[in-house]
Design a protein around this ligand. Sequence first.
Ligand code: SF4
Length: 426
Amino acid sequence: MIKLFSPEDISEFTKTDSVFKLIMEGVSVSRTSVRRYREYFRKYYQEILAKTLMFAYDYDLTCFDRVAIDGTILKACNAPFNYITKKDLRRLLRILKNKRYGVSEVVLLKKPAQNFYYNKNMTVEQKIMFLEEAKIQMKIYGKKKIPLYDPEARWMMNKKKKKQISYNIQTCVDTTSQLFLSVYASQNATDHYELPPTLQKAIENSPQKPREVLADAGYNTEITFSFLKEENMEGYIYNATQSRIDKGKRRTNPFSLDNVEIHYTENYIECFMGYPLFNEYTYRVHDEKKTAKGLPDETKRIYVNTEACKDCPLRKECLSEKQHHKTYTIYGSPEKREMITKMKEKTAKEIYKQRAPTVESPFGTLKQFYHIDTIFYRGREKIENMMNLYAIAYNLKKIYEKLKTTLTEDKRYITFIQKTRNKYTT
Ligand code: SF4
């Protein structure tokens, strides 16, 4: 499988392509059957993905001990200008629900909303249903505008720093075999809160619960740490400063937090002049929005040493005009601080090095050979299922590559397919 084929292509291949013929045991299918089949089996993709992991586990290819998590932004099937504002949505619903409002009201709508009103492929009931759903999405996520054709997608910044309507696709990959353990389509633009749902799916899919998790600084949040603690799992996660230093992008200002020594165990900071700055104040930062989302409070620590700064010869360079003394602020729970201390150790750094090749190589393959940039489904769940299907194809290919040396030359595909089918069809 080199990409996700359309039902028309699959229908054609079952008549002409030898591999497709073999899989279908000579039965050719119509495109309608393929569509129906996809619709019916979509909900089983996650289970099938779990079966591929079981297969790899049974053949001793890996024990899923250590996994890595990362995300990528995928453009949704919705042009950037095709969105509807809150005002237009209300007006459109009023027009559709109440026949008293006519064309005179429609002209007041923005162009995309007008096009939606005149869309002949949808009935009035379907349009109302769609808009009601979009209204709920706006309310839940506090949005003032929402994509018109895929209301579950969100504006996100891609790697080229361009804002586009997208999904944040999270994956969990095994470091030994590079097999996908789970896929999770998120509506959040950042990775901050995405480790728990992605890892939870990986735990459900994996034949053995992973013990260690590698993730980049985007996941260095309290919710990540409380989840790892709850699941009794070991994390290897850099914070933003460590990540910048790792990439050689350390801040040049010698007085910035990147360049001072933080002694987490003894709880003080050693400034550029070598003076200790002590933890004078500690606050719990309560954020209603975060609490509503079930996120824990953050801890804020303030480090100062007014006496040292008073006579310091570098006052002019270190402090701004308004400052009398230096203040360093560090956020984080004891777990977060423990992680920073751990990630300074050589062994932890060595383990963390496995993260990038583990997660980036499978994604690169999906992008380059499976053309995942072309999304032709709409809705979070459908996109996630589509990605699960890619992950299944990727895993099967990867397992086949690893096992092919043990299969006889002329019967590689046949033996592999038969083995898979006999063992895991229930
Ligand atoms: S001003 Fe204070 S914090 Fe800055 S270098 Fe001098 S002693 Fe250290």
